[in-house]
Design a protein around this ligand. Structure first.
Ligand SMILES: [Zn+2]
Length: 443
């Protein structure tokens, strides 16, 4: 069953679209269906990676010329379009061994040696490469493919950014069938690992089955990516009913929907949870798509959305575990980026500080807004419930999903035990890009 789910989520990437225009159309049509269940958005995000796959033939340079007055190089492509590149940018990105350290793919050229008002002496096209001779006789050679990927048009820039960051997401509700993969396959097969990470990025949650029911499995999975994120709760941490618990998770009580660790200014991006032992009764897990809920809030209650994306709330966490800690942070409940996209949810009611650094008149509006958001994420039609069994492992986006747990009956002869670990998105995306490259090279 996981194969069919993955086929929908990962195959679009393997098929790879060839037209940036088609990508735009897909994106627009996908947006309209975005709020519905996952089933209605199979196209959402299909343009992802499309920019990398423009057929070589269409990248051929038909003509290149310097527009001296505008200080731009104009490249006309065989397939019809044209691209413009500032002289300064071209000189800054000369790929020759004097200007670029090839072994590190890093710039050697210093800003102090860059003339940001440079002209161009000569432009030539040979073998689908553009050669520029600069006034000091230094020359730079640029591949057509390299240039085309770096075109400054809005569509090309958007395609490139999507290839880098995979920011298009599938939003979901209670109808989600959580994408599921085999733990051993993910560990040993690059294609399976790539599908796992693509689904983790786009859907925000992937279930892995088939790990052995003993400690150490989350660390093994983290090694598949790179390394895990050490926090005050240790390299990995044991979710159990503990006496004198230093965290509400370490009790048998219900946990309302939350993201982990908003008390850190840079909260962990990804979370792994592995079930080693399940309670006899209760202990079911719940997840909700925080980005989707933010989008619903923006539509249904724009004032609440505005408040949660602008007011900073204090979070706190104090105790002893890996070592002693006394954390304080200030966060918006919903973080948006400079394009107004929701990029991170920061909400844990347990660690929200009693210190509330707001002027009096904003306190009541803040509570009203928070309540509206929490009410949305509590609606049954938005919540996915599942029960982990020993050997199951769930991986999810901690910047996006809110997760919770139903209370359970704690029995000394049957201790509920999950082991958890954190990673950051930088390391996960790094592995995803490497796998994408190697899987493509081998297909
Ligand atoms: Zn150079």
């Amino acid at each position: 069953m996981w194969r069919s789910t993955f086929a929908r989520l990962a195959l679009p990437f393997l098929e790879r679209k060839t037209s940036a225009v088609a990508c735009q159309a897909l994106r627009a049509s996908a947006r309209q269906g975005q709020a519905a269940g996952l089933t209605s958005v199979p196209l959402h995000g299909q343009q992802t990676l499309g920019s990398a796959s423009l057929p070589v033939a269409s990248q051929s340079v038909r003509h290149a010329q310097a527009l001296d007055e505008e200080r731009l190089l104009e490249v006309k492509w065989v397939d019809g379009g044209h691209s413009l590149y500032p002289f300064t940018w071209l000189r800054d990105n000369c790929q020759c061994p004097m200007c670029t350290l090839q072994s590190a793919q890093a710039r050697k050229l210093l800003m102090s040696d860059l003339d940001v008002h440079t002209g161009v002496e000569d432009v030539e096209v040979t073998n689908d490469k553009v050669t520029i001779v600069w006034p000091d006789q230094h020359s730079s050679v640029f591949d057509a493919e390299w240039l085309k990927k770096r075109c400054f048009s809005p569509a090309a820039r958007q395609a490139m950014q999507e290839e880098y960051f995979l920011n298009e997401r599938y939003y979901w509700d209670s109808n989600l069938h959580i994408p599921t993969a085999d733990y051993q396959e993910v560990l040993h097969d690059d294609k399976a690992a790539l599908s796992w990470l693509l689904a983790l990025r786009r859907v925000g949650i992937v279930y892995l089955r088939g790990a052995s029911a003993e400690q150490g499995q989350v660390a093994r999975l983290a090694e598949r990516i790179g390394y895990l994120r050490l926090t005050f709760y240790g390299h990995t941490w044991q979710v159990q009913d503990k006496c004198m618990a230093n965290n509400v998770a370490y009790t048998s009580g219900r946990l309302s929907h939350h993201t982990d660790y908003p008390a850190l200014h840079f909260a962990p991006g990804v979370q792994f949870l592995h079930c080693i032992n399940q309670a006899v009764e209760g202990g079911e897990s719940e997840v909700v798509d925080g980005f989707h809920m933010a989008e619903l809030l923006q539509r249904e209650d724009p004032e609440a959305f505005q408040i949660l994306t602008s007011l900073h709330v204090d979070f706190t966490d104090t105790g002893t575990d890996y070592c002693d800690f006394m954390l304080q942070s200030k966060k918006c409940i919903i973080d948006v980026d400079n394009k107004s996209r929701v990029v991170r949810i920061n909400y844990n009611n347990a660690t929200r500080d009693s210190v509330l650094d707001l002027p009096l008149h904003q306190v009541q509006p803040f509570y009203r807004a928070l309540k509206a958001y929490v009410d949305l994420m509590s609606r049954p039609e938005n919540v996915v419930t599942y029960r982990m069994e020993p050997g199951d492992l769930v991986t999810f986006d901690n910047w996006r999903l809110l997760h919770g747990r139903r209370s359970y009956v704690s029995r000394p002869d049957r201790l509920r035990h999950l082991e958890g670990a954190y990673l950051d998105w930088d390391e996960v995306m790094s592995r995803l890009r490497i796998l994408r490259t190697s899987v493509h090279e081998n297909t």
